[in-house]
Design a protein around this ligand. Structure first.
Ligand code: PEP
Ligand code: MG
Length: 755
């Protein structure tokens, strides 16, 4: 007959002492299962570890045949142990052999045991192993015992990541925890990078698992919870969304979790079982994660992220870990791994050390992807679960072309990619050779290739690409990395530096385009339901003209008597453009009156990225010195599909008939009014899309610097006239005609273009 357990708290203390004892690794593990068996009054305690080949190997036992240790294995899903590992859930049985999944292993001598309790050993919701106790007599293990086993399993999971544990692994094998993993995401920025994981939001490392004093731990938890609830409430009531890059809904769900009795009760119970407050948070989060990860409901999956964030916040409060360590000490080949990050977060890193960015979320034309691209970083997004699987310092390979990520790659895989990197270097060398060649098609159409840029540091790349200038300088990026509003003088310095670096080539400065996902931390905004369509960009600038005037003043001064091109973002109607022109004119007047030299030639351009403007081009074009299409926003608004939301961002082909017709309309109108037109959305930098643009008559393309080489190569091999004719016909033919993309791919194949 089984008597009550002597308490998990006593057990945890004993286990902690055992961990510190100078024992050989196997002896330590044997002692640990012995202590668990004694404490639980069990006849058997066994510990199985999930290996990288998917087998669960018996690593230690008290009660089963000692000769079975490191010999007995079960496959994932096989037997009761395999079932627990696969489902990541505890299993308690009064009569184990009668369970349909029971698998008999004669070498273990386990037949006489009826009562069975097994729990998964978890880390970040992933199964690392299984801990089992058994008794000869039929007996129902109670909730307390299950809880005690789960608590003990938390400690074992921790032990498995220590180097001491390595001695237990057979040569040539590894445990699943360190298994190489691959993730299929979406390539955001081309190229290949090998390096080491740097977690953008490093997991808080819990080092102290066993409580000295349970009451103290309960108080710590209660205090930390209060503090966290308070800060969530404050954020909600202030509408201060900046410190959180996401929106209100997330905060609301944080609040819901933080006040959830079930969650708090589970934390309290884990502490009562002997864990410290931080270990309790980790333990409960592990279980919750394991359950939610197996859900296929996208709503539950989203909530999982929220809960992860919340647990991490709570851990930070409890451990006093600010979470900035990873950012300070970057390895030379850092690969940033994050659930998501804003463009400003990325810009904060030392770009000489960062090679790539891997995100669980994001979309190819979200601003963080654009910034990654403009910095020449490889980037992959939508790599599900990559954060939980990664450890800072892990080896990692990122393939931006395939959209794949290899975590802890095998030596073979590393070799494949070392070769690829070499090939990439060769290709870059080839593009470098093309830099002085003008981009002219085989049938003589000259195309102007320009850079999209946003930070001064990437301007010298103009020398490597040979581009004709900068078609879009996104001024807001500098504002996003500053800790306060840059003053007039600082802005003048920045724009002057940009002008100096382009060495006489033209550069188009776009006025501040803030809002949507471009958040400026020190500017307060009201929380909005729909920030992309909210009080942003030009709307904000015209409403609060102080900021706009200072920026225009700074640009005019930076011209230093030379030419200046200013681009106005998010123009929704001609009136707004006219208003901006008035502000510019006033500033020019002011300058002249003060006796300063005004720019030799001042051009003001409008961005065409809000669909409404398409039907007012005959008002805007006569007033604009140049125009530029922002296809990222234009396509988003035309298709009502958020550019930053991966679920919908790729759903509508931007060069399918309706979108291409809209673009063609702009091209025709710009030609009618003889206004220079540039494409500066991401479309311009993708070969097949760029081909579509050339086919509808565009000849000025502005793109991220790494795209210049491939686009130029495509242009050099191109005979444009027949493609123009074919696409014009397809646009007239309408919906019954062939798909534009297929048509272009067919042409590219026929002309042997490198796509
Ligand atoms: C665009 O919208 O296409 C564009 C070029 O501007 P941004 O990506 O900065 O919004
Ligand atoms: Mg835009």
């Amino acid at each position: 007959m089984v008597t009550a357990i002597s308490g998990p708290r006593v057990l945890l203390k004993q286990l902690r002492e055992t961990m510190a004892e100078p024992l050989a690794s196997q002896a330590r593990l044997d002692k640990i299962v012995g202590l668990i068996a004694d404490n639980m009054h069990a006849d058997v305690c066994s510990f199985y570890v999930l290996r990288d080949d998917g087998a669960l190997e018996l690593f230690a036992t008290r009660g089963l045949a000692a000769t079975a240790v490191h010999m007995t294995t079960l496959r994932l899903g096989e037997g009761l142990v395999g079932l627990i590992a696969a489902q990541a859930e505890p299993l308690s049985l009064e009569n184990a052999p009668s369970h349909p999944a029971f698998a008999y292993r004669p070498e273990t001598g386990e037949d006489p045991f009826l009562a069975f309790l097994g729990v998964p050993v978890l880390r970040a919701g992933q199964t690392l192993g299984v801990l089992v106790v058994q008794n000869r007599d039929s007996h129902a293990y109670g909730e307390d015992e299950i809880e005690a086993m789960l608590t003990t399993a938390t400690l074992l999971a921790e032990m498995m990541s220590t180097s001491d544990f390595d001695a237990l692994i057979k040569p040539g094998q590894d445990i699943d925890l360190r298994r190489p993993r691959s993730f299929n995401g979406t390539g955001f920025s081309d190229g290949v990078a090998l390096g080491q994981v740097v977690l953008h939001d490093p997991r808080v490392v819990v080092t102290n698992f066993v409580a000295e004093d349970t009451d103290v731990e309960l108080k710590r938890l209660s205090h930390a919870l209060d503090q966290m609830r308070l800060s969530i409430d404050q954020m909600l009531s202030h509408g201060d969304m900046q410190s959180f890059s996401d929106h209100r809904e997330i905060l609301e769900s944080y609040r819901m979790f933080a006040n959830d009795r079930g969650w708090v009760d589970r934390l309290t119970e884990a502490i009562n079982n002997g864990l410290t407050a931080e270990a309790a948070v980790e333990r409960v989060q592990n279980d919750t994660r394991a359950r939610m990860m197996r859900s296929t409901d996208p709503y539950i999956k989203d909530r999982l992220h929220d809960l992860d964030d919340l647990a991490n916040r709570l851990l930070r409060v409890l451990t006093g870990d600010g979470g900035t360590l990873g950012r300070k000490e970057l390895p030379d080949n850092a690969i940033l791994v994050a659930r998501n990050m804003g463009p400003a977060d990325l810009l904060e890193y030392d770009r000489t050390k960062v090679r790539a960015v891997v995100l669980e979320e994001g979309a190819a034309i979200s601003h963080v992807a654009i910034v990654a691209k403009s910095l020449g970083l490889v980037a992959v997004g939508q790599a599900e679960n990559v954060v939980a699987m990664s450890e800072s310092g892990d080896d990692i390979i990122v393939d931006g072309q395939q959209g794949t990520v290899y975590l802890r790659p095998t030596p073979d895989m590393i070799q494949v990619y070392v070769d690829k990197v070499r090939l990439g270097a060769k290709r870059r060398a080839h593009y470098l050779e093309l830099k002085d060649k003008p981009a002219i098609t085989r049938d003589g159409v000259e195309v102007t290739l320009l850079h999209n840029s946003g930070i001064v540091a990437d301007l010298p790349m103009l020398q490597d690409t040979g581009a004709s200038g900068v078609g879009l300088f996104r001024t807001e990026l500098q504002f996003m990395i500053a800790s306060r509003l840059p003053r007039l003088k600082e802005q003048v310095e920045l724009y002057s530096e940009a002008i100096r670096l382009v060495e006489g080539k033209p550069i188009v400065f776009r006025l501040l385009d803030i809002g949507g996902d471009k958040v400026i931390p020190y500017l307060r905004y009201e929380a909005e339901e729909n920030p992309a369509m909210g009080f942003r960009s030009l709307r904000l600038a015209l409403d609060r003209q102080g900021l706009l005037r200072i920026q225009i003043r700074a640009l005019l001064q930076a011209a230093n008597g030379g030419p200046m091109k200013i681009l106005v973002p998010m123009v929704t109607d001609a009136w707004e453009f006219r208003q901006t022109r008035l502000v510019v004119n006033k500033e020019v007047e002011r300058m002249r009156n003060a006796g300063h030299t005004v720019p030799s030639k001042l051009e003001l351009g409008a961005m065409i990225e809000v669909p409404s403007l398409l039907w007012e081009l005959d008002h805007v074009l006569p007033e604009a010195d140049f125009v530029s299409i922002g296809s990222n926003d234009l396509v988003m608004f035309l298709t009502a599909a958020d550019r930053g939301n991966p679920r919908v961002a790729k759903a509508y082909d931007p060069i399918a008939l309706p979108r291409l017709r809209a673009l063609k309309h702009i091209v025709d109108m710009a030609r009618r009014y003889n206004v220079p037109l540039t494409m500066c959305g991401e479309l311009a930098g993708r070969t097949i899309e760029a081909l579509a643009l050339l086919a509808i008559g565009m000849t000025r393309l502005s793109m991220s610097p790494p795209s210049i080489g491939p686009i130029k190569e495509m242009i050099l091999g191109l005979e444009l006239a027949p493609i123009r004719n074919s696409i014009s016909a397809a646009l007239l033919e309408g919906a019954n005609g062939p798909q534009i993309r297929d048509l272009l791919l067919d042409w590219a194949g026929r002309q042997g273009l490198v796509i």
